[in-house]
Design a protein around this ligand. Structure first.
Ligand SMILES: [Zn+2]
Length: 323
């Protein structure tokens, strides 16, 4: 895909954010952090039905655990009540923790995404790159918050990301000139509340409940079931209903109504992280890296419907950046 062609320029100019670089990035950063917290909180309010479903799921689990004679907690429903409350309030509670403290996703999350520990050589290269960004940023008086954990992804369809204090680097960046500017952009996310807010949103989802829901769902080939005998159709309908309830209980289905605001915020954050990298001395190298990596960003959607601003728009803004 040609990175900066006429078509993409038109798309760039049609965005809502085609304004010059902000005069006060610090104030803008505080504004986006407050908006992100507000959206996260409203997301949980919108998702109250999911919390209600989780309460009864937890209650059932607690009840099943305490079935039998002489188990403490059964007589007065204490165990089912405790399980229900933990499952209902867990996601907002751990989200609050993600906002308030420097946390990272756990080993199960990393395992599910097939992330690997970096080899000694990879670790050395990434640490040297973070040191390089730290020194360059230090020259202009910018503090760096380094990631606490670095993991490697072997998938070719991304570049790098941060979630809490975890940084994920895709291995195709290693030993290329794109690594330093991309790491600088990610350190820009770590310098603001972006990384904490992304983790809080990620922890809105109870992945285990979603996972069970997805497997209970009967799947698409519905045509042959129409001719199937009644019991098979009834089982299919039951699986479909239970599967949907579990997907809903897993969280973040209803808050999708907030997506237009979430996506706009995400596009603003990308610009802020680009500005951070530009201020740290990566203005031209980041523009070059974006050109090189533009095939990774799907720009077939309308500009208002993507989490990333168009690459051409990001490059234009980097070129316009003045320290
Ligand atoms: Zn970013």
């Amino acid at each position: 895909m040609a990175p900066v062609d006429g078509h993409h320029r038109c798309v760039a100019e049609a965005t809502d954010e085609y304004d010059p670089i902000r005069e006060d990035p610090a104030a803008a950063t505080e504004g986006t952090a407050a908006a992100a917290f507000g959206l996260w909180a409203v997301g949980h309010l919108v998702d109250l039905p999911a919390a209600f479903l989780r309460f009864w799921l937890g209650w059932l689990v607690g009840w099943a655990l305490s079935v039998g004679e002489g188990i403490p907690g059964l007589a007065d429903n204490r165990l089912p009540l405790a399980c229900g409350l933990v499952l209902a309030l867990g996601p907002p509670a751990r989200g609050l923790a993600a906002w308030g403290f420097d946390l990272s996703p756990g080993p199960l999350w990393r395992l599910a995404r097939r992330l690997r520990r970096p080899t000694l050589r990879q670790r050395g290269e990434i640490e040297a790159t973070i040191d390089e960004v730290t020194v360059k940023a230090g020259v202009v008086g910018i503090d760096v918050t380094p990631p606490r954990t670095v993991r490697i992804s072997r998938s070719a369809d991304g570049s790098a990301s941060v979630l809490g204090r975890l940084m994920v680097v895709h291995d195709h960046l290693l030993e290329t000139p794109t690594l330093a500017p991309v790491v600088a952009h990610e350190l820009g996310h770590l310098a603001t509340m972006d990384a904490r807010s992304s983790l809080a949103e990620e922890w809105h989802i109870v992945a285990s409940i979603r996972w069970i829901g997805e497997r209970i769902q009967p799947g698409p080939p519905a045509a042959r079931y129409r001719a199937a005998p009644f019991p098979a159709r009834a089982v299919r309908a039951l699986r479909s209903g239970v599967g949907w309830l579990l997907l809903l209980a897993g969280g973040s289905v209803l808050p999708q109504v907030l997506n237009p605001a979430r996506l706009r915020l995400s596009r603003l954050r990308e610009h802020t992280a680009d500005e951070w990298a530009a201020a740290a001395g990566y203005r031209f190298t980041l523009a070059a890296a974006l050109t090189h990596l533009s095939h990774l960003y799907d720009e077939s959607d309308s500009w208002w419907n993507t989490p990333h601003p168009s690459t051409a728009h990001r490059i234009d803004r980097l070129r316009a950046y003045e320290p």
